[in-house]
Design a binder for this molecule. Structure first.
Ligand SMILES: Nc1ccn([C@@H]2O[C@H](COP(=O)(O)O)[C@@H](O)[C@H]2O)c(=O)n1
Ligand SMILES: C[C@@]1(CO)OP(=O)(O)OP(=O)(O)OC[C@H]1O
Length: 159
């Protein structure tokens, strides 16, 4: 049996924060604001996993009112979500994601992000795809006020 899940996240770009995406620190003059490290890509992937397994969403598992998650490494949150998904009898088949970022250019960092995601999801790098898009200068994404992530995930019954 197979199940599909979808995830979405957006975080505001501000000065004085590192830009963390896919578990990487990417050189940029601004970073994403959030309770955790604000890794929008990993949050969208986490929600896609949880969605496919009908296990709710990232904010229910890791509330942004809980001091335990302040400054949290989103890779740790993703691995914990994966453990819940696996405990419910599922394994990840593949993940595909899109990052909408007017700046910076993400292409040089895509493979390193895929490596991190593949490691955290315990799947082959060939089962992880990440795409960068600008927003053609339109709206708040186009004005570099935020970065958005969208993800889909396919799960397969483990047994
Ligand atoms: N932050 C980004 C945005 C885009 N790319 C790469 O550029 C290609 C063209 O993007 P458009 O938004 O103009 O369609 C896109 O397919 C990506 O390969 C990027 O690396 N980083
Ligand atoms: C990750 C959590 C928890 O630290 O906080 P944020 O970093 O603000 O991110 P968000 O995408 O709002 O997701 C859920 C949260 O509860």
């Amino acid at each position: 049996m197979f199940r599909i899940g979808q995830g979405y996240d957006v975080h505001r770009l501000v000065e004085g924060r590192p830009l963390i995406l896919g578990g990487l620190e990417i050189p940029h003059d601004k970073g994403l604001l959030g309770h955790s490290d604000a890794d929008a890509l990993l949050h969208a992937v986490t929600d896609a996993l949880l969605g496919a397994a009908a296990l709710g969403d990232i904010g229910r598992l890791f509330p942004d009112t809980d001091a335990a998650f302040k400054g949290a490494d989103s890779r740790v949150l993703l691995r914990e979500a994966l453990a819940r998904v696996q405990a419910a009898g599922w394994q990840v088949v593949n993940v595909d994601a899109t990052l909408i970022a007017q700046q910076p250019k993400l292409a040089p960092h895509i493979d390193a992000m895929r490596t991190n995601l593949a490691a955290d999801l315990a799947i082959d790098i060939g089962a992880v795809n990440i795409k960068g898009k600008t927003n053609e200068t339109l709206g708040y994404l186009g004005r570099c006020e935020a970065i958005e992530a969208q993800a889909v995930c396919l799960l397969m019954a483990a047994h």
